[in-house]
Design a protein around this ligand. Structure first.
Ligand SMILES: Cc1ncc(COP(=O)(O)O)c(C=O)c1O
Length: 425
C-alpha cells in the first residue's frame, strides 16, 4: 500500500510539519487508480501471490506483530488501518502505532501486553472513570494490583507510591493520564522517568511507562519526547474530532508497539476499515480544530473564573499552585479545551445549570466539534469509589465542559444564562 515517495519527510531540505504530511503520508494514489483519497478496503482477507509468500507473511507477523508483514487478514492488518497507524506514529513522533476499536481497547491491550497475575500497576489519579474501573475491578479480578499516586507533581507522593507498589509485587507498568480527565491535574514526566529508573534498580526490570494523551495530544503534548514509552489515545475524542466514531491507539517505540500489536491481534480489537478511513480524514484538520477550541476554552475559563457563582476553575490557565505551572510549561504546548469548574452549591445547583444550557449538549465524551457539558460525579466517574472521587476533587459541584467550535461569545452567553438559572430554585 505504501511507497517511499509517500513516506517523504523533507521537501527542499525542509523537514515537513505533521500538518503537511497528514494529507498524503503513507498512501500512494497511483496504487489506487489515482484516487486522491484512499478507498475504503472492505475486505476481510488478502490474496497471496504464492504459498511461499503466505508462509513468509505469517513468519513476519509472528515475529514483528504484523508491523511489516504483507497484508494477511483484516484482524491483523489492513490498508486503512496501516495508513491511520503510519500517520499517528508520525504525528506523535513514535516508531510505530497500533489502532484499536476503542480507547479502552487500546488501554487494555497496552496493559495486558506487559503484565501477569501478581503484578502491580503504578498509576496516576484521577484517571478516566473507565480506566479506574478497569484497574480496580476487571484487572483486579485477574490478580493484578493497582497503586495510585496521589499527586503527580510531587516527588514525595511519587516516591511513596513507588515504595507501596514495590511492597506488593513486580511493577512492569507505570500508567499515567495527564492532564487528567476531568480536573486537569498534571503528572510530571520527569518524575515518572525517575520512578521507572528507581524501580528498575530494585527489581531488575524497567517498567514500561504509558501516558493517556487523549486530552492534549498530538497537538499540545508529545509524551514520547519526554521519555514516556507509549502514548495511548481515545481517538474517539479530539483526533476523531466529530463525535461520529469510537477508536483508540497506542504509539511508541518499535518494541513495545510490537508486543501491544500482538496482544491486539490475539484479542481481535483492531479498528474496522471505515472508521480507520475516518481517522485519516480527521487527522487532516486536528491541529486547526484543537487550536481554535483551545482559544475559545481559555476565553471561557477566564470568564468563569470571574463569575461569582463559580468557586474554582480547573483549567491550566487558572491552576497556578505549587509546581503546576512549571510542569505545564515544561511538557505542554497548550491548555486544550476540556476543563471543569466547581460551582457554589452542590448537585441540585449543578443539575439546574446543566438543564438550563441551550448550546452545550448534555453528553459524556469530549473533543468533538460541538460543545458538551456533563456532571462527572454522576456519569463518567460514577463507578469510581466515593472516597477516591472526594480526594481527587470530583464532587457534586463539579461540571465538565468540552469546548467545541461554536462562536465563543455565544458559548459565554449560554453559560451566563445557565449560571443564573442554577441559583433559582
Ligand atoms: C481520557 C480518556 N481516556 C480513555 C477513554 C476511553 O476511550 P473510549 O471511550 O474511546 O474507549 C476516555 C473516554 O471518555 C477518556 O476520556
Amino acid at each position: 500500500m505504501t511507497t517511499r515517495d509517500y513516506r517523504r519527510r523533507k521537501v527542499g531540505g525542509r523537514r515537513l510539519r505533521p500538518e503537511t504530511q497528514m494529507m498524503s503520508y503513507g498512501y500512494d494514489p497511483f496504487l489506487s487508480e489515482g484516487a486522491v483519497k484512499p478507498p475504503v478496503f472492505l475486505t476481510s482477507t488478502f490474496a497471496f501471490r504464492t504459498a511461499e509468500e503466505g508462509a513468509s507473511f505469517f513468519d513476519s507477523m509472528r515475529t514483528d506483530g504484523a508491523s511489516d508483514a504483507g497484508l494477511i487478514y483484516s484482524r491483523f492488518n489492513h490498508p486503512n488501518l496501516e495508513i491511520a497507524e503510519d500517520r499517528l506514529a508520525l504525528f506523535d513522533e513514535g516508531e510505530g502505532a497500533a489502532v484499536f476499536s476503542s480507547g479502552m481497547a487500546a488501554i487494555t491491550s497496552s496493559l495486558l501486553a506487559f503484565v501477569r497475575p501478581g503484578d502491580v500497576v503504578l498509576h496516576s489519579q484521577p484517571l478516566y472513570g473507565g480506566t479506574e474501573t478497569l484497574l480496580t475491578s476487571s484487572l483486579a479480578s485477574l490478580g493484578l494490583g493497582a497503586v495510585g499516586v496521589s499527586d503527580g507533581v510531587s516527588r514525595g507522593a511519587v516516591d511513596d507510591a513507588v515504595g507501596r507498589a514495590l511492597g506488593r509485587g513486580r511493577v512492569p507498568v507505570i500508567f499515567v493520564e495527564t492532564p487528567a480527565n476531568p480536573t486537569n491535574a498534571l503528572v510530571d514526566f520527569a518524575l515518572i522517568a525517575a520512578a521507572a529508573d528507581a524501580i528498575a534498580t530494585h527489581q531488575g526490570l524497567r517498567p514500561i511507562t504509558i501516558c493517556d494523551n487523549t486530552l492534549l495530544g498530538p497537538v499540545f503534548q508529545k509524551p514520547l519526547r519526554h521519555g514516556i514509552d507509549v502514548s495511548v489515545y481515545s481517538l474517539t475524542k479530539y483526533i476523531g474530532g466529530h463525535s461520529d466514531l469510537v477508536a483508540g491507539a497506542a504509539i511508541g517505540a518499535a518494541e513495545p508497539i510490537r508486543q501491544i500489536r500482538r496482544t491486539r491481534s490475539a484479542f481481535g480489537s483492531q479498528l474496522d476499515p471505515h472508521s480507520s478511513w475516518m481517522i485519516g480524514r480527521s487527522l487532516e484538520t486536528v491541529t486547526l480544530r484543537m487550536e481554535r477550541a483551545a482559544a475559545s476554552a481559555s476565553r471561557l475559563a477566564a470568564w468563569l473564573a470571574d463569575h461569582d457563582a463559580v468557586a474554582t476553575v480547573y483549567h491550566p490557565d487558572t491552576l497556578v499552585g505549587g509546581d503546576y505551572r512549571a510542569v505545564f510549561e515544561r511538557q505542554c504546548e497548550g491548555g486544550g479545551s476540556t476543563f471543569s469548574f466547581a460551582i457554589r452549591g452542590g448537585r441540585e445547583e449543578a443539575f439546574r445549570l446543566l438543564n438550563a444550557l441551550q448550546l452545550f449538549k448534555l453528553a459524556v465524551s469530549l473533543g468533538g466539534t460541538e460543545s458538551l457539558a456533563c456532571h462527572p460525579a454522576s456519569t463518567t466517574h460514577s463507578g469510581v469509589p466515593a472516597e477516591v472521587r472526594d480526594r481527587v476533587g470530583v464532587n457534586d459541584a463539579l461540571i465538565r465542559v468540552s469546548v467545541g467550535l461554536e462562536d465563543p461569545d455565544d458559548l459565554v452567553a449560554d453559560l451566563g444564562d445557565a449560571l443564573a438559572a442554577s441559583r433559582r430554585p
